[in-house]
Design a protein around this ligand. Sequence first.
Ligand SMILES: Nc1ncnc2c1ncn2[C@@H]1O[C@H](COP(=O)(O)OP(=O)(O)OP(=O)(O)O)[C@@H](O)[C@H]1O
Ligand SMILES: [Mg+2]
Length: 370
Amino acid sequence: MKIRLEHLTKRFPNRNKKIAADVIAVNDFDFEIPDGKLIGLLGPSGCGKSTALNLICGLEVPTEGKIFFDDDDVTKLPPESRGVGMVFQSYALYPHLTVRKNIMFPLENLKGDQKLTREQMEEKVSEAARTVQIEELLDRRPNEMSGGQQQRVAIARALVKMPRVLLLDEPLSNLDARLRIQTREEIKRIQNATGITTVFVTHDQEEAMSISDMIVVMKEGVVNQIGKPQEVYDNPVNLFVAKFLGTPPINVYNGSIKDGGLYVGEDKVLGKDFVKDVKEQDVYVGIRPEGFILDDNMEGKKGALKAELKAIEVMGRDTSVVFRHAASDNQSRAIVTADNNISSSSDEIRFDVDPRKVFVFSKENEERLI
Ligand SMILES: Nc1ncnc2c1ncn2[C@@H]1O[C@H](COP(=O)(O)OP(=O)(O)OP(=O)(O)O)[C@@H](O)[C@H]1O
Ligand SMILES: [Mg+2]
């Protein structure tokens, strides 16, 4: 089922009298979530992710705008009539109930012609438990399981009613690094297996990039960019999106467009083919870590960008080169293949840059220029 958001807005009244403006947690969301896909809703803490999810599931009422599930307008429907399964940021399981009872809970409250017999409930619980691979844990209680297992119980509980939409609010935040990776792959598998349209909220860009069919990057209630993870990474619309995606993060420099070229500080790194008709001005230049090229001798003695070498960290397949350039207050990081023999005795290092990995942003509004 597809979800359509039409000019969806949520304002919270500001209780602080000194600040007149309301908090606009979700500001004019206007896009469609395709049927059967997994969407990552991504942004920093406080940008409105949970609010957006709560609007979709019906726990919050929008100030303006509409929500459609396929062609049904669900804006005014209460949560229990929307057919959504939700896993909350703190996935509260009932501690005194067994896993079986936890998963069965949503089924026990069904009314009228939806009411199920005990056998039907048992059958559905088994099916949900099978999907998330916790059948052997059904008689345990939450405190007798690992975090990852509890997480899967929470997902099973959200799945048991066969929701039309699955909403997951930072479902991995309580897990350790390894379990996070395992569980996110698990979520992807479950989503693939069930084909349920799923919205997955996270502030972790790597998490969102790794499992989403499409990501929605938001900042302060406003959607900045929507697209396939790789497309957004390769083509960020503004500095915020460019900085938000990628580990290690993009390196940002003070630069300028002048004399038919792109300058990083005083170094002319790209020529007129790159800057084309963009007018002369001061800019921010963003260079992805993989966009730095060492010269043919692989010794870092040639190249347009001159920097001070700080450290070389070999990490298996790749080498991470840490350097400082006068046009940035921060240290920079380049990722090159480990075949490069960089002589660490030298203080200076030089790079050329790969134009596909270089983005130029306006200093005025931080929008992408090139
Ligand atoms: N009930 C409420 N009343 C007033 N303001 C609220 C309410 N709920 C959320 N907000 C505000 O709305 C904004 C968005 O909050 P929200 O919880 O949606 O952010 P989030 O992106 O989920 O953050 P996090 O990553 O920390 O969970 C914040 O500024 C928050 O303070
Ligand atoms: Mg939240």
